[in-house]
Write a protein that binds this ligand. Sequence first.
Ligand code: FES
Ligand code: MG
Length: 594
Amino acid sequence: MAADKKGNGKRRLRSREWFDAPGDPTMAALYLERYMNFGLTLAELHSGRPIIGIAQTGSDLSPCNRHHIQLAERVRDGIRDAGGIPIEFPVHPIQETGKRPTAALDRNLAYLGLVECLYGYFFDGVVLTTGCDKTTPAMIMGAATVNIPAIVLSGGPMLDGHFAGGLAGSGTIVWYARQELAAGRIDLQKFLEWVASSAPSVGHCNTMGTALSMNSMAEALGMSLPGCAAIPGPYRERGQIAYETGKRIVDMVWEDLKPSDILTRKAFENAIVAASALGASTNCPPHVNAIARHIGVKLDNQDWDHIGYDIPLLVNCMPAGKYLGEAFHRAGGVPSVMAELLRHKKIHGDALTVTGKTMAENVKNAAPADGDVIKAYDKPMLNQAGFAVLSGNLFDSAIMKTSVISPEFRKKYLERPGDKDAFEGTAIVFEGPEDYHHRINDPKLPIDENSILFIRNTGPVGYPGAAEVVNMLPPDRLVKGGVLLLPCVGDGRQSGTSASPSILNASPEAAVGGGLALLKTGDRVRVDIGKRTANIMIGDAELEKRRAAWKPDIKESQTPWQELQRKFVGQLATGACLDFAVDFQRVAETKGIP
Ligand code: FES
Ligand code: MG
């Protein structure tokens, strides 16, 4: 139907099928009566004004998103001022730090719940409140499947944390404090103080971890208002953009501007380029690939390597750099990064966004790169900051975040004469995080500085959801001797706040018979980042013998949802989606009105 701004000519909206139910006025009365019981009037519900959902991810259980409860008031004001009617509803909570066995398990559950709400109720459009890691992909995936007008409102990072005269970044401080604790330089009391100092206010992680990365991805995809991702949670601009977001979604409904108009191949290519420039989390490829699958755009890990690998690192934020969210926001946030990328013709300026304008129009007046927090394209923090995608007899696909490879790691493992960009080592294999913690300091374990640490059974099926455990600290005796990291490989994930140069998200995972399952402690392994390969150095015959002897060993599910997810979840390389769900596309149109 033709889009007509401001409702002139009054396109009939989806919500009318409930509140004006033409075929059956008695049914309309039943739909109507309960929505008046908290004070909405019949005139409002009959007015034909857009009904706008506010998908609320905040609660006491989800501290990273909790301030959305207050922000929703400003969203409501914006919706009302633009002529809409707000209806706020809860979505399944996801808290990265609190949920066991993994928060990632709940991304697909929150997705399913949102799809049911958006499809099964009377919404004409929706504001997606996002923040903590998985809340952002879950919300955009759900909006993609239903495909009604949708806009992201990020909650924003916490204020910068401080400790002992320095900046304390969420998560990043934990990895550092663990090293200091292992080396005996701090006690547990200090450890707790340091870690808590990184969380000084409402908001999500203040580092360029998965939360800030994924909210930046939402903005780079064109799904939020310009500048939305980086405004710290407590800043006044956060409340202001909540209001503007509420106003904008009402117009989007009248313009019939849907996720499928915005989430195009060009938008995804922009997001991949932005991810490299941001030094974004290794969780971005699976989440962004999942969003692409649900909107029906072809995108895979190879795209991340081909499109993103050569893009330099521009953003000087932890874990790849030194600043946190407040500095990133003040320097111009995502719009400044996009403008810099656009100036160098690295992104598609003509990609449409929720503003109804293109990315180029949105960032036209963005602050120029300041050269410190946001680097100029030709004076970057680092060249080639994208993800390298490896394959071999260990896995079909795994990723390595090159922006966090430290100079020490490069020197030790990648810049040896005659063996450039490659390294070999002896495998030490752990069967999951419990096994790692149990055995890592066992003096009988033959670990030295030429070891490569492997962890398996930690993928979407094995450790349901996929655990963030691949970055493993070497044993205390090595740390005390100055070996702060060893190469790590695994079928789990890694926190976006970690600066560990691990090879992770290995697909297929060991639990479903991927090559990692066949590895034994003591095997020689060769990783060649230049050639994008990772192999156990044994013959095919031996490999086949091991494969014939392999038996799946999947732990018992502890909840019904774990069992269901295990049955239907795909691998990290393809977004760890519920594979059957991907067949349901744009259901608000293709399946009609329920
Ligand atoms: Fe929620 Fe990091 S723990 S954003
Ligand atoms: Mg995380």
